[in-house]
Ligand binder design. Sequence first.
Ligand code: GLN
Length: 267
Amino acid sequence: MNKWLTALSVILLAMVLAACGSSDNTENGNADGDQKTLKVATESNFMPFSYQSKGEVVGFDMDILEAVMAEAGYEYEVENLSWEAMLISVEQQDSDLAMAGITINEKRQEMYDLSSPYFESTHKVVFPEGEGITSGEDIKDLKVGVQAGTTGEEAAEKILGKNANNLSKYDSNTLALMALQSGDIEAVVTDNVVADEYIANNPDAAVEMIEDPETFESEFYGILLPKDSELTDEVNEALATVIEDGRYAEIYEEWFGVEPNIEAITQ
Ligand code: GLN
């Protein structure tokens, strides 16, 4: 055999061995009990729950996700999508689950599984300083922005009317807040902690916010899974353990600097 043929057979042998190696190492669940790597979708325009820092998606939700996945014994990878794409990808089972401050509501419960609650939230109105808004009703005739397809949109539509002319719907919360900054709109309705974070991080933005418990109801975030997912029970069990054993409180305090009200999410 000349040296080229020898070299070729060495390469072929290496390829055959590599192929065998990878078939041993299947990434999907198999009879040996190996867990598959879960695909987790998020939308990183929702600081402090899911946002980008140094090229990575981080946030309260990402830390809760890490604890829940560790408890349930799953490897996972995070895919960052748009809000709309994230919801579709779970609906179509392209993703195994999603986290991005997703509120549990009846409409979503018809189409998806949602875990038990891990965070209590409500809405706030963000507006330019001095605009004089004191209640949710005050935005009725203003140009209001929301993120399309969110509970903030629903909350605003309760006040302004469905698809009202003075309501602008943006693809992300970040875009809605940018429109407020540039003066295209006069108020944004968004989740309270996201509003707090935005104001804390943008002291020069000259915006303020109000909360109004009479207009804006309390709601809860949950982990979103495809309808009737086999994972829902495991995720719920792991989340309950993470809450019970104190890991939840630890993560909560790291992000929010105060102790969580565990009763509010477990009652
Ligand atoms: N909590 C809101 C909802 O579920 C908004 C979530 C978000 O924009 N990431 O509709």
